[in-house]
Ligand binder design. Structure first.
Ligand code: FNR
Length: 384
């Protein structure tokens, strides 16, 4: 067992995270877009699903193991890509990756991370790479080649941000990447001396510089930091099937399209030669009015089941949510914020605690349901 940190569920880690982080960084981690209906809908839809437990079954041995892309995993769970982890914890991406590796949970490196792929990969375990296309397409393809050479086994292409989402609080709070001191964020940071010393201070003292957007060649990183190189910004409003075909040709590993909510798009993913999809509304951080991911899942599973690996993310905070997603046909679940709460609470140990809690809750839920393995979890588990 990892240190409990006196955190007994993901909500405890969340509360600890909220207290540790400057308001602006906390809001970047936690909030959605606009009026946050999409975020609320994710939770409401998961909560609305109810279990019909079966009793009089022996449940001494519960097997939560599954396989993802043919590889055995102790739990059908992976860490979703999240940018700017380095603002939450010093070298946060590596802390996430190490805790994931220790728990044998696959970890997805974000294109918007704060560390280079080269620095994260040595953390070990199964690692995947998530791509947002940069305006400079050749740069994007170079990053993809690097990810492959470094051993990332799957490429996740995120499709649900064709344009920049409306995160009003980022403007209000004065945060951007890289951090530039201004009259909004300086007082906020000063109110959080532990973060100031433990995160920002360590970048300045140990690394001699603040984190910036990673994965770019060093000379570009410098100009992105100054905002002088428009070619190095993300541009996805031209991301169509041709672009995906090109990536399919380029990428020899597993290809996963992230941010699918319509069964026809799931079928198109299949036709494009993808190996998997992530049914996701980006944790309510892309289009506020969008359907909850879990509500979109059943029709998508019906459209592509067995032919694509189907991941579900958006709103997962409990092991019981993992069981619900599996019951509705997802092969595996991804978590974004749940892992980041752990990261903000206690770095690698906090992420380990988050993963441990999700594993324990999944096991307990299955036992309560009388389900000894995933074959015994189905729509009937939800009374459907
Ligand atoms: C994200 N997400 C995300 N997705 C992606 O494809 N690339 C990225 O860089 C990021 N960055 C990011 C930062 C933060 C702070 C969050 C919370 C989320 C979305 C992420 O991969 C995932 O889809 C959601 O986080 C899932 O919802 P939950 O688990 O956070 O509710």
């Amino acid at each position: 067992m990892t240190a409990t940190l006196d955190c007994w569920n993901i909500a405890d880690l969340r509360e600890r995270a909220r207290r540790r982080l400057p308001r602006g960084i906390w809001e970047y981690l936690e909030r959605g877009v606009e009026d946050e209906h999409g975020m609320a809908r994710n939770r409401a839809a998961l909560d609305a699903l109810t279990f019909v437990p079966r009793v009089m079954r022996r449940v001494e041995a519960i097997d939560t193991s599954a396989s993802i892309f043919g590889k055995p995993v102790p739990l059908p769970l992976a860490i979703a890509p999240t940018g700017a982890a380095g603002l939450i914890w010093h070298k946060g991406d590596v802390h996430l990756a190490r805790a994931a590796a220790a728990a044998a949970v696959p970890f997805t490196i974000s294109s918007a991370g704060t560390m280079d792929i080269e620095e994260i990969v040595p953390a070990g375990g199964t690692q995947w790479f998530q791509l947002y296309l940069w305006r400079d397409k050749d740069l994007s393809y170079d990053v993809v080649r690097r990810a492959h050479l470094l051993g990332c086994e799957a490429l996740f292409v995120t499709l649900d941000l064709p344009v920049i989402p409306n995160r009003e609080y980022l403007h209000r709070n004065g945060y951007g990447m890289p951090i530039k001191a201004n009259r909004r964020n300086v007082p906020d940071m000063l109110l959080h001396p532990r973060w100031l010393a433990g995160v920002l201070g360590r970048y300045l003292l140990e690394d001699g510089r603040l984190p910036t957007q990673a994965n770019l060649p060093a000379h570009l990183k410098h100009s992105v930091a100054r905002g002088a190189k428009p070619g190095a910004h993300f541009k996805q409003d031209d991301l169509d099937e041709d672009a995906l075909r090109h990536l399919r040709d380029l990428w020899p590993g597993k290809l996963v399209l992230k941010g699918i909510l319509h069964p026809d798009d799931a079928r198109r993913a299949l036709a494009l030669g993808a190996d998997g999809i992530v049914v996701s509304n980006h944790g309510g951080r892309a289009l506020d009015g969008s359907i909850a991911a879990i509500d979109a899942l059943p029709a998508i599973v019906e459209a592509v089941t067995g032919k694509l690996t189907v991941f579900l993310d958006s709103g997962v905070r409990r092991g019981s949510d993992i069981v619900k997603a599996r019951a509705l046909g997802a092969d595996a679940v991804m978590v974004g914020r749940a892992a980041l709460y752990g990261l903000a609470a206690a770095g690698e140990a906090g992420v380990a605690r988050a993963l441990e809690l999700l594993a324990e809750e999944t096991r307990r839920t299955m036992a309560m349901l009388g389900a000894r393995n995933w074959d015994e979890v189905s729509r009937a588990t939800l009374g459907l």
